[in-house]
Ligand binder design. Structure first.
Ligand SMILES: [Zn+2]
Length: 396
C-alpha cells in the first residue's frame, strides 16, 4: 500500500484532479487536429502558478507540445509525459456525450479519461504541491500531440527537453494507462503505404506486361514469408502476445477490370517488432526486395515502379532493463510490484532513444482505451494523485 500521510489532502487532490480532467475532456481534439486550445488552457494554468514553459511546435505551427520544469536546475529529474490528443468516437455506441465527462458508479466516462488525460489531470492537480515542496530534484511535465496517429511529436519533445535545460533529466514516466503497473517493454511499429505503378494493357498480354496487382500480391507473400522467417529465427519474446514480430497487410487496392493489366496497386501494411528485431532493418530489406523487382520488371515495362512511404515515422520499441534504476524508482511510487510489457505503441521508446530511462506507468486500464464509453475508475485517479504525492516526497 502507498502510505498516505494525509487522507484529507489526498481526497482534495483527487477532487481537484477530477475537476481538471472534466475540463481537459471538453477539448475534443483528435489525433491529427490542432491541439492549440487544450495547450492554451494548460499554459494558462501554468502561468497562473508562475511556471514558465517551452513549446515544441509542428512545422505548420498549428500544433505544439509543451514542457516545463518544476524545481531546481539540477541533474537527475523526472519527466512526466502524456499526450493531449484522443482517438475518434464516430461510429461508436456512446451512452453519453464523450466530451462532457460524467461520473457514474465510481467511474468517470469520457473520451480520453483513461487514455490519457487522467494522467495529465493528476500531474496538473498536484502542481501546487510540487511548487510548494522544496524539491531537491526537478519534475518536468511533457505533453505532446498526434500520439494517436503515430507518435509524431514524441521524439522532438524528448529531444527538446534534453536540449532546453542546462541540467540533464534522468527518468521519463509515460503515463499511458497501465493501472499503475510498471511497463518496461513495448513493441516497435511502422505503417507503410507501398504503391506499384505500371501501364495498362489488354489482359492477354500479361506475360509481356507488368501487372501492378500481380506485383502487389508478390509483396504480400514477401511480407508473410519474412514474418515466418522472423518467427523461425527463434527470437521470441514471451513478454508480448504474440511473442514475435508481425508483418501484416491491412489494405490492398488495384486494377479496374478483369481484362486490363493493372497499372496501379496500393498495399498498406504494418509491422510490429519485438525489441530484438530491428524495425528499420526490416524496412530496408523490404526496399532492397522492391529494387530487385523494379530492375526485373523494367526490362518489360520501362515505367514500372514501386515506391513506399511511411505513413508516420517508425515508432521505436521500448526495452528498459527490468533491473534499471528507473524501474525500482517507479515501483516505490506504486502499490504494484509486477513488471510487464505491452503490444501497443507509445512515446516511451522515443524518450528512451533520446537518453532517458523510460517506463510506462499511469492510471486507468488499456482495456477501456479507444472504446465506446471509455472510463477511468475514480479509484485509479486516487492512485494517480497518490503516486504524484509519493514522487514529490521522494524528490524533496
Ligand atoms: Zn495513449
Amino acid at each position: 500500500m502507498i502510505e498516505i500521510s494525509n487522507p484529507a489532502k489526498l481526497a482534495a487532490l483527487k477532487a481537484n484532479a477530477q475537476t481538471i480532467l472534466g475540463k481537459l475532456i471538453a477539448f475534443p481534439i483528435l489525433g491529427g487536429e490542432s491541439n492549440s486550445s487544450i495547450v492554451d488552457w494548460i499554459e494558462n494554468y501554468l502561468n497562473a502558478h508562475g511556471v514558465t514553459f517551452y513549446n515544441v511546435p509542428n512545422e505548420d505551427g498549428n500544433k505544439r507540445s509543451i514542457h516545463c520544469r518544476i524545481g531546481p536546475a539540477v541533474d537527475g529529474g523526472v519527466v512526466l509525459s502524456g499526450h493531449t490528443d484522443v482517438v475518434p468516437v464516430a461510429g461508436q455506441d456512446w451512452h453519453s456525450d464523450p466530451f462532457d465527462m460524467i461520473e457514474k458508479e465510481g467511474k468517470l466516462y469520457g473520451r480520453g479519461t483513461c487514455d490519457m488525460k487522467g494522467f495529465i489531470a493528476c500531474c496538473l492537480a498536484c502542481l501546487p504541491e510540487m511548487i510548494a515542496a522544496n524539491l531537491k530534484k526537478p519534475i518536468y511535465f511533457a505533453f505532446s500531440y498526434d500520439e494517436e496517429i503515430g507518435c509524431w511529436a514524441g521524439h522532438a519533445l524528448a529531444k527538446s527537453i534534453m536540449n532546453s535545460y542546462p541540467e540533464k533529466p534522468r527518468f521519463a514516466i509515460i503515463g499511458e494507462p497501465s493501472e499503475m503497473e510498471v511497463i518496461t517493454g513495448q513493441k516497435g511499429m511502422g505503417t507503410l503505404e507501398t504503391t506499384i505503378t505500371s501501364r495498362g494493357a489488354h489482359s492477354s498480354k500479361i506475360y509481356t506486361e507488368a501487372s501492378a496487382v500481380h506485383e502487389g500480391a508478390k509483396i504480400v507473400v514477401w511480407l508473410e514469408n519474412r514474418m515466418e522467417e522472423l518467427i523461425r529465427s527463434g527470437k521470441s519474446d514471451e513478454r508480448f502476445n504474440p511473442p514475435h514480430s508481425t508483418l501484416h497487410v491491412g489494405m490492398f487496392n488495384g486494377g479496374i477490370a478483369h481484362n486490363i493489366v493493372a497499372d496501379k496497386c496500393t498495399v498498406i501494411w504494418d509491422l510490429r517488432t519485438i525489441p530484438r528485431d530491428n524495425l528499420a532493418e526490416i524496412v530496408k530489406e523490404f526496399s532492397v526486395y522492391c529494387s530487385e523487382r523494379i530492375a526485373i520488371m523494367r526490362k518489360k515495362v520501362p515505367e514500372f515502379n514501386i515506391t513506399s512511404k511511411e505513413r508516420f515515422p517508425l515508432v521505436v520499441p521500448l526495452d528498459t532493463d527490468t533491473e534499471a534504476p528507473v524501474v525500482k524508482f517507479v515501483q516505490q511510487l506504486t502499490d504494484r510490484k509486477t513488471i510487464n510489457a505491452v503490444s501497443f505503441a507509445s512515446e516511451a521508446g522515443q524518450f528512451a532513444a533520446e537518453g532517458f530511462e523510460a517506463v510506462i506507468c499511469g492510471p486507468g486500464s488499456i482495456e477501456q482505451a479507444h472504446r465506446a464509453n471509455e472510463f477511468i475508475e475514480v479509484g485509479q485517479m486516487e492512485k494517480g494523485v497518490a503516486f504524484m504525492q509519493k514522487l514529490i516526497r521522494q524528490l524533496s
